[in-house]
Design a protein around this ligand. Structure first.
Ligand code: AVJ
Length: 324
């Protein structure tokens, strides 16, 4: 039996976006937060990225989940709740929830900034037996607060942080998200994290600057989103997609580089921003880890690792932890 999804109310968004854009665009180097990639078109472009032959994250993770979901579910015991940070399409949660060894009913809490992604995920999960869906349109921290306020049922909570979503945060940011997640859990709850691994630079470049230009479109769509949301007049054609591997920081960076002098007006902020030719906006970091680093980092947030599975073909790790 399945239930209609419950939607928690979104915040008043525009003021938040405006405040972020004003702050980050005036930093040096200029930045824009990667969460603003995910309007409806951005979420669709991201789904397209996941199907590119050069972006192996999603397929590698799906293979690992298929191969090990029964062990995850068995170790967790009776799962009564699943909470996923950045649920995206909902496909991975579906794979897990369809494990033949799962017993009992589950409330699945999806936390995502994209209403389009949440709607798609609720749809994908609608026919999973003994699973109800609660969506939280929020960033991770607010979403976890909403989740933690729900009454706790008997049984284990399984937390999911998949798709290398943790890669968007620098080390302090990642550690604080993990501690934050741990606070929403109880001892013996389980946590599965999927993380993209450090690999040779050519493979990373193909993944983040693909030959079809889908990632470039995904990056530039950030400007289209802000044009609509804040009445800005960025010319997306005048900004080039640039991806680079920053080896000392162990991250792929994406930037948007003004190809000529750009004077941009942002109506909602009543702000003019001037970009010299060659000036860049830093739009995303994707930190890459080693398998050992993942264990160390997550264990610092009061988890103990129980199992780790590696996909060698694409360089991806799925690690299972128990809250301690
Ligand atoms: C969804 C944040 C994991 O960093 O690989 C894909 C987003 N950016 N291609 C990533 C992304 C460019 C993705 N995450």
């Amino acid at each position: 039996m399945s239930h209609p999804p419950i939607l928690t109310k979104p915040r008043a968004d525009t003021a938040r976006i405006a405040a972020d854009v004003e702050y980050y665009l005036q930093l040096w180097p200029r930045q824009l937060p990667s969460r603003y990639f995910y309007d409806a078109l951005g979420s669709a472009l991201f789904e397209a990225i996941c199907r590119l032959p050069w972006y192996g994250v999603t397929r590698a993770e799906e293979r690992l989940l298929q191969a090990h979901r029964d062990e995850i579910v068995e170790r967790a015991g009776r799962i009564s709740r699943i909470v996923e940070l950045g649920s995206g399409s909902g496909d991975k949660l579906r794979t897990l929830a369809l494990s033949p060894v799962r017993t009992g009913t589950v409330a699945a809490h999806l936390i995502d900034v994209s209403p389009a992604a949440l709607a798609a995920a609720a749809h994908v999960l609608a026919d999973v037996p003994r699973l109800s869906v609660v969506t939280h349109e929020a960033e991770y921290e607010d979403g976890l607060d909403l989740f933690a306020r729900e009454p706790r049922e008997i049984g284990t909570t399984l937390a999911l942080f998949l798709g290398s979503n943790i890669g968007n945060f620098d080390r302090p940011g990642a550690e604080s998200r993990l501690r934050n997640l741990r606070m929403a859990l109880a001892r013996h709850d389980r946590f599965v994290i999927g993380v993209d691994l450090v690999k040779p630079e050519p493979a990373l470049m193909l993944a983040y600057d693909d030959p079809l230009g889908v990632t470039a479109a995904f990056n530039r769509n950030l400007l289209v989103h802000l044009n609509r949301e804040l009445g800005a007049n960025f010319d997306p054609q005048a900004f080039a997609h640039r991806a680079l591997w920053n080896e000392s920081e162990s991250r792929v960076e994406m930037h948007l580089v003004a190809t000529t002098l750009q004077q941009v007006h942002i109506d909602t902020l009543n702000l003019d921003v001037r970009f010299e030719a060659g000036e860049a906006i830093w739009t995303e970091s994707s930190y890459k880890y080693t398998p050992h680093d993942i264990v160390t980092m997550v264990e610092r947030a009061s988890f103990r690792s129980e199992a780790q599975w590696i996909d060698d073909a694409d360089g991806f790790a799925l690690t299972l932890f128990r809250a301690v």
